[in-house]
Design a protein around this ligand. Structure first.
Ligand code: PLP
Length: 412
């Protein structure tokens, strides 16, 4: 293939093994982290607020709260929306464990929804069906799998009609935009149709913080609650103080040492070191996304002759995806080879692949707790899923190498 697609340079590394995802760290990132290390702040400092402001601007949200990782972000969302004991949260069955486990760890019970067998995304009818299995639902945690999104307006309408809040698990979708029915384009994270969006900046994601995550919201009350959920549930805002006698001096000024516990929370803070990296990476988001889109298009073209055994993942209409993952669809039964054998053969050729995801409702914990609901779309999506390497420092020739090896292994 031509060399038209230029890899984002990542001078730190490179070996010939192609993992399914990895970070692209350059000298600018290293300089930013070194700057944080030389500063007075290792934990909360100026990089935290600078990164939050830049992230909020990038996704078009009023508030961004950065935190330790995407799981912490989901937990903070559950705390801020009071999704605790007695609450019910709908979660699509094809997602990472944390989408269900974070609200569940806060006491909520989970109802798993089915998904589209070709995209892995929860459809409006899947949400309706899941809601028909519960007496009530307090929230829907919708997942933008692989970086695509489905019909967000219909999902928001259904959630609202049932009195449920809508949380976007956008851990795959930084840089993705939704195209509304009226033609309006809104970045995921702007919460145009949802209440809260949650991101992960794990190294395989679109930008890397080492470990890192964020929550975006437009409601200032929710944003304040999210900040509290990140930091022990404590407040230093005099307007919140309940113990006037302890809080204020004889002139009515707040005592300088004083803080109050509103309700107990964990420490989910991100450090200034992590946020220096996050900010530096965010500056490159446009290039990273362009690169991921170009590589996804290259894979699409390379797989064009491989149907019906290997195909690209189906595309959703109202979406400009940033492609966190390139999830190929492979009919292993038709190819006469198991998925494990394909993965091992590719591994032997220096190519890492992964399966996103084993249906969460069949994980032993949830199966024991709720029984196993028949979710045929999730089963069909899972059966054919295989994520091929996709990351910003990959070259076009890497994609050719992956598809050549895949074709050989599948006997194509
Ligand atoms: C859809 C989804 N939700 C939540 C998470 C949790 O993010 P983190 O690994 O940063 O805790 C991930 C990360 O893999 C994810 O893919």
């Amino acid at each position: 293939m031509s060399g038209a697609l230029k890899a984002v340079s990542a001078p730190v590394r490179v070996n010939s093994f192609l993992p399914y995802g990895r970070q692209a760290i350059d000298d600018e990132d290293i300089a930013a982290v070194a700057d944080a290390l030389r500063s007075d702040y290792l934990t909360t400092g100026p990089y935290v607020s600078r990164f939050e402001a830049a992230l909020a601007k990038t996704v078009g949200a009023k508030h961004a709260t950065v935190c330790a990782n995407g799981t912490a972000a989901l937990h903070m969302a559950a705390r801020a929306l009071d999704l605790g004991r007695g609450s019910v949260v709908v979660v699509p069955a094809i997602t990472f464990l944390a989408t269900a486990s974070a609200p569940h760890m806060n006491g909520a019970e989970i109802v798993f929804a089915d998904v589209d067998p070709e995209t892995g995304l929860m459809r409006p009818e899947d949400l309706e069906e899941a809601l028909s299995r519960t007496s009530h639902a307090d929230a829907v945690f919708n997942v933008h799998l692989n970086g695509q999104c489905g019909d967000l307006e219909a999902i928001a309408d259904i959630a609202r009609a049932h009195g449920a809040k809508l949380v976007d698990d956008a851990c795959h979708a930084l840089g993705t935009a939704y195209v509304a029915r009226n033609g309006g384009v809104s970045p995921i994270g702007a919460n145009r149709f949802s209440d809260i969006s949650v991101f992960s900046f794990h190294p395989v994601k679109t930008i890397a913080m080492g470990e890192g995550g964020a929550v975006t919201a437009n409601d200032s009350g929710l944003a304040k609650r999210l900040v509290r959920a990140r930091n022990h549930g404590m407040t230093r805002d005099p307007a919140d103080f309940a113990n006037a006698g302890d809080a204020f001096d004889e002139n009515g000024d707040p005592n300088p040492w004083y803080y109050e516990l509103i309700e107990p929370e964990f420490n989910w803070r991100a450090s200034d070191i992590q946020c220096a990296l996050g900010l530096s990476q965010l500056n490159k988001l446009g290039r990273f996304v362009a690169r991921r889109r170009a590589l996804a298009a290259a894979y699409d073209a390379l797989l064009a002759g491989c149907a019906p055994i290997a195909r690209p993942c189906a595309r959703t209409r109202p979406c400009l995806p940033a492609w966190h993952l390139y999830a190929a669809r492979i009919d292993f039964a038709r190819a006469g080879i198991s998925r494990a054998a394909v993965m091992r053969a590719l591994q032997a050729e220096g190519i890492g692949t992964q399966v996103h995801y084993f249906p969460v409702h069949r994980q032993p914990y949830y199966a024991r707790r709720y029984g196993v609901q028949a979710l045929p779309g999730a089963e069909r999506y899972y059966a054919r899923a295989l994520s091929l390497p996709l990351f910003a420092s990959m070259t076009e020739d890497d994609a050719v190498r992956v598809v050549d090896a895949l074709k050989r292994v599948l006997g194509l």
